[in-house]
Design a protein around this ligand. Structure first.
Ligand SMILES: C[S@@+](CC[C@H](N)C(=O)[O-])C[C@H]1O[C@@H](n2cnc3c(N)ncnc32)[C@H](O)[C@@H]1O
Length: 186
């Protein structure tokens, strides 16, 4: 296992969101999904994360108006039931279902997932430690975006990481300029 740390400044967002009116905004960070007050599980990827990683072919669980990949599957289309071709971007739905999506990505073998760095959980052990090519542990905490495109005032309440499946994605993460530390697994 090797690790590499990077500590550059954050890059500016490069994408312009448009509103998603299918889910309600709440005045909390992503950690709010643990609360009874939470009304949405749609937390959008900060644009600077995507900008640092290059182009993706497919986002199987995309949000309307939030550009992440050339092909986006948006509910009511079930992205798990669709074909995944090429490089996949995956910021999956939260909860136990996260691991179903990671399992599919691991089998696909070409993509990057953004998930919480809950490294001790059974799902993380099974789908990340056991299958991924490497993990980029992001320093600090992300501010995800609400479904209307606005940046959450509160941070995510927990650390996040980027998980590489496939050597090409491992190479991208290992050399990306996001503030974080790379851990190669294969
Ligand atoms: C955490 S958000 C991430 C959105 C987007 N992928 C991104 O990176 O910003 C998870 C998204 O998954 C969508 N979703 C949940 N189940 C889905 C399914 N079966 N098929 C497609 N999208 C789904 C939700 O509507 C939500 O927009």
């Amino acid at each position: 296992m090797t690790t590499t740390a990077h500590l550059p400044p954050m890059t500016a967002p490069s994408m312009t969101p448009t509103p998603d009116t299918t889910t309600a905004r709440v005045g909390r960070g992503i950690g709010g999904h643990h609360s009874a007050q939470a009304k949405t599980t749609t937390w959008l990827t900060p644009p600077h994360i995507l900008a640092a990683l290059g182009d993706f072919d497919v986002d199987p669980c995309a949000a309307p108006g939030w550009p992440t990949a050339t092909t986006q599957y948006v509910l009511p289309v079930d992205g798990l039931a669709q074909p995944w071709a090429g490089r996949v971007w995956l910021n999956p739905p939260y909860g136990a279902q996260t691991w179903t999506w990671l399992d599919r990505l691991a089998a696909h073998g070409d993509g990057v997932a953004l998930i919480f760095a809950r490294t001790e959980t059974a799902g993380f052990v099974e789908q990340v430690w056991s299958k991924a090519h490497g993990i980029y542990f992001l320093h600090g905490r992300l501010h995800f975006h609400h479904s209307d495109g606005t940046r959450a005032v509160a941070n995510a309440g927990a650390p996040s990481c980027l998980v590489a499946y496939g050597q090409a994605n491992a190479d991208v993460l290992a050399s990306c300029d996001l503030p974080g530390t790379w851990v190669a697994l294969r």
